[in-house]
Design a protein around this ligand. Structure first.
Ligand code: PMP
Ligand code: GLN
Length: 399
């Protein structure tokens, strides 16, 4: 079979970097700080709840829009945490991960030829969602190390074809948490141009220091034009469960649901019950402990990278850190460095230039490390990274 078999709209995308770097990590026995998944378990009570549900016969299709127990738990959570009221049965839908929620939302909301604005570096599935819908992507680069929104640049991307702005905060891979002023500036443009917003808030609980996550839907005039997407993967450290959801006004949720019913139809019921159980039982202490565990992992990795000579942008949120590697290595671009690190040092990381389209040069000197790992894993990685300090500057081909 040749590549010609594949539909042309997928041609620009190739294999996702997450699969590629994890395969390379396995091949070289490297510590995997590339793909963002925890190497520790989430709450055992969630696993028990799923097992109980399976044994009790939760083994058939469930309601396509989501198990009633889960959508009700989500409605309560969103009201208690953010003061946002959503009707559990009409304004919430459950998807197989945020990934499917995003794809269904874009397929349900974007017509061929509509324009969608993305911040770059972007999460890698976003441009694919837009391509599948036949839309056109426009990009706003965020620049290392502050990743501030340039409002002149952003304003210039809006026109009468703009349908949607797809936002992610806390932002993967930069760790940026959009400030209240930035959110308000973005909201004002969307209101002015009558543009919808899809926000990806999967890292909503992972913010550090003074950074506060403010959902776009809480801003004046934004609830009615915003579809808020999140998932259980990061918050409960079970990325493999793939239980995600969306909150929004009924017409926006119905649009995403219209696609979802033909993409997966429904998400496994027992896993939905496991997540409902966690939402019902985890109090403020759970979220505080999650944040403080991540805060110390972040502190450890940021310190070690800085001590090795990387120029680090300490993340305000997420479980990723972006660093400029050029002070410690000059053998090539980010793709060469990520391969070199994996093969020569035994640490896998992500080369972020693949997350840029308008300004790829921004990513070529950067590398992304994930710190959703046990302390021992981070220590092993830091120890291996010391090989860099030995002045090992040979190009990867010589290895
Ligand atoms: N959005 C962002 C920004 C992510 O980093 C991820 C990574 N896991 C996802 C969406 C996908 O979430 P899920 O695993 O729930 O599909
Ligand atoms: N969100 C994860 C990351 O950014 C990866 C998800 C995936 O592998 N698709 O590393």
């Amino acid at each position: 079979m040749t590549d010609q078999v594949r539909a042309r709209r997928l041609d620009p995308f190739g294999t996702t970097i997450f699969s590629e770097m994890t395969a390379l990590a396995i091949q070289h026995g490297a510590v995997n700080l590339a793909q963002g998944f925890p190497d520790f378990e989430g709450p055992p009570s969630m696993v028990e709840a799923v097992i109980r549900a399976l044994r009790a016969g939760e083994n058939q299709y469930v309601r396509s829009q989501g198990h009633l127990r889960l959508v009700r738990a989500l409605a309560t959570r969103q009201r208690e945490r953010y003061g946002l009221d959503y009707d559990a049965e009409r304004e919430i839908a459950v998807f197989s991960g945020a990934t499917e929620g995003l794809m269904s939302a874009v397929l349900g909301l974007v017509n061929p030829g509509d324009e969608v604005i993305l911040l770059e570096p972007y999460y890698d599935s976003y441009p694919v969602c837009v391509a599948m819908a036949g839309g056109v992507t426009r990009y706003l680069p965020l620049r290392f190390p502050a990743f501030e929104v340039n409002f002149d640049e952003l304003a210039s991307l809006f026109n009468e074809r703009t349908r949607l702005l797809l936002l992610n905060s806390p932002h993967n891979p930069t760790g940026k948490v959009l400030s209240a002023a930035e959110l308000e500036g973005i909201a004002a443009l969307c209101r002015h141009h009558d543009v919808l917003v899809v926000t990806d808030e999967v890292y909503e609980h992972l913010t550090y220091g003074d950074a506060v996550h403010v959902p776009m839907a809480t801003l004046p005039g934004m609830r009615e034009r915003t579809l808020t997407i999140s998932s259980a993967g990061k918050t409960f450290s079970f990325t493999g469960w793939k239980v995600g959801w969306a909150f929004g006004p009924a017409p926006l949720v119905a649009a995403a649901q219209a696609a979802h019913q033909y993409v997966t139809f429904c998400t496994p019921g027992a896993l939905q019950i496991g997540v409902a159980e966690a939402l019902e039982s985890c109090g403020a202490d759970f979220y505080a402990a999650l944040r403080s565990d991540y805060q110390s992992r972040r502190h450890f990795l940021v310190e070690r990278l800085a001590a090795l000579g990387f120029r680090v942008a300490p993340p305000q949120g997420t479980y990723f850190v972006l660093a400029d590697f050029t002070p410690v290595w000059s053998g090539g671009d980010d793709l060469a460095f990520a391969r070199y690190l994996t093969r020569a040092c035994g640490v896998a990381a992500i080369p972020p230039s693949v997350f840029y389209r308008a300004a790829p040069e921004e990513g070529r000197r950067l590398v992304r490390f994930a710190f959703c790992k046990r302390r021992a894993t981070l220590e092993a990685a830091a120890e291996r990274l010391r090989k860099l300090a030995a002045g090992n500057d040979r190009p990867v081909d010589e290895l």
